[in-house]
Design a protein around this ligand. Structure first.
Ligand SMILES: [Zn+2]
Length: 429
């Protein structure tokens, strides 16, 4: 509409100019050197217009010739980048969908079109991992180490690869460098602690967690139980290498970090008793017993007593039962103390109570002991032994990562090398 209006306006102006010229006849004379040209005004006007048109066309052509090739190149370049980014996004979608073929093809296309390794190497590495080509993935990750923008991601992937292969020195190297690069990330600290713990370097492992906690990479409640686990092992190592002071210090630190932790309390209480601090040892056991009753605590309850007289111990275990009357382990321990003191009636009654709460093999074996002591080798003792064979097994420490059962608690599972995964199953009350 607007265009045609302008067109009619132009025609109108031309017609008006033609009419105006026609009404004013005359001639134009041009003299140039020895030449003289004479023509009517109309023709001269048309010539002027023609010259103007030719000049405008030549000017436009000149501009195209001067800026043309660059503009063309720029356009081709932007098309290539666009294609590269399209390939890149297709590749990441394929990675997310687990399509190794498309991911690999897209990675190659993106690499060719973009020529920006910091953008295309991560995709190429993921595609290689997806098709199960670990060496190729490692090559891409190693190339990523050279770029500051991709180094951390490469360290993370190479750390996982090294840990998977059991290459501890390489894994330590990647974890340490990653922690330097990003002190606020939690995974380098966790990995470093795990690796140091795996090597039995308990204090180094603890230091990694403390550092992570200080830089807020790990929350205190997340770091505390792990640190407690490591410090228990440190205390045990100090005991076995004849450093009682360090042992007591580490055990106390572990207990303070995680008072519900049975191995920490049991070890600390024994170390305190050894140092003559029997009352304090009892207090430690009492605190943890209230949080998590356990056979190891019940055992230590008797061991840390200054008075080892059999009857005194029965009295002491009566105190433990009173602390938490529903705890089967206290009744069982009292039953055993009563057997040692030859108080058969007391023993029988608390073993029966244990049977009500948690009827596992140990109860029947002790009931058989009582029956044998009271009535000799007979049908009652045999009956209990038979029941022991068909009863549920007594609970044991168990690794939540690999399922292996353990006779004692350890910070590192010797089967799967996981850190702080050995727990006590919840049974009875
Ligand atoms: Zn395990």
């Amino acid at each position: 509409m607007r265009k045609s209006l302008i067109f009619f306006l132009k025609i109108g102006i031309l017609v008006a100019a033609a009419v105006w010229l026609a009404q004013r006849p005359g001639r134009v004379t041009i003299e140039w050197l020895d030449h003289v040209a004479e023509m009517p005004v109309g023709i001269a006007a048309i010539l002027v217009l023609l010259l103007a048109w030719i000049a405008a066309t030549l000017g436009r052509l000149w501009r195209i010739l001067r800026g043309g090739p660059g503009a063309l190149g720029r356009r081709r370049n932007s098309n290539r980048r666009e294609g590269g980014f399209r390939a890149l996004s297709q590749g990441w979608v394929a990675v997310a969908a687990g399509d190794a073929d498309i991911a690999t093809k897209s990675a190659k296309a993106a690499e060719k079109l973009l020529r920006e390794p910091s953008l295309t190497l991560p995709l190429a590495a993921h595609a290689a991992e997806l098709r199960g080509d670990a060496p190729a993935a490692a090559t891409y990750y190693k190339a990523m180490l050279a770029k500051p923008s991709t180094e951390l991601a490469a360290r993370k992937a190479l750390l996982a690869q090294a840990m998977g292969k059991g290459d501890r020195p390489a894994a330590l190297d990647h974890a340490r460098r990653a922690l330097e690069l990003r002190p606020k990330a939690d995974w380098p600290a966790k990995a470093l602690a795990e690796l140091e713990a795996g090597g039995g370097n308990w204090l180094e492992a603890d230091a990694a967690l403390v550092k992570a906690q200080k830089s807020k990479a790990l929350a205190k409640e997340d770091a505390a139980p792990r640190r407690a686990a490591l410090l228990i092992e440190e205390a045990r190592q100090a005991v076995s290498t004849g450093r009682p002071e360090s042992a007591l210090q580490a055990a106390q630190a572990a207990f303070d970090l995680d008072p519900a932790r049975v191995p920490a309390a049991a070890l600390l209480a024994r170390l305190l008793a050894k140092a003559g601090k029997h009352a304090k040892a009892g207090k430690v056991l009492e605190q943890t017993w209230r949080l998590s009753p356990h056979p190891d605590l019940a055992k230590a309850w008797g061991e840390v007593s200054a008075d080892q007289n059999a009857l005194s111990l029965v009295k002491r275990y009566e105190g433990l039962v009173a602390l938490k009357p529903g705890a089967a382990d206290a009744h069982f321990a009292l039953g055993e103390a009563a057997i040692n003191a030859k108080l058969w009636g007391v023993a029988r009654s608390h073993l029966e109570k244990t049977r009500e709460l948690a009827a596992t093999q140990r109860v029947y074996r002790r009931l058989a002991d009582v029956a044998r002591a009271e009535k000799g080798e007979g049908p009652e003792a045999h009956g209990f032994l038979n029941q022991a064979m068909s009863a549920a097994a007594d609970p044991r420490w168990r690794c939540t990562s690999c399922g292996t059962t353990h006779g004692d608690w350890h910070a590192v599972c010797d089967q799967c090398k996981s850190v702080d995964t050995i727990t006590w199953p919840k049974v009875g009350r």
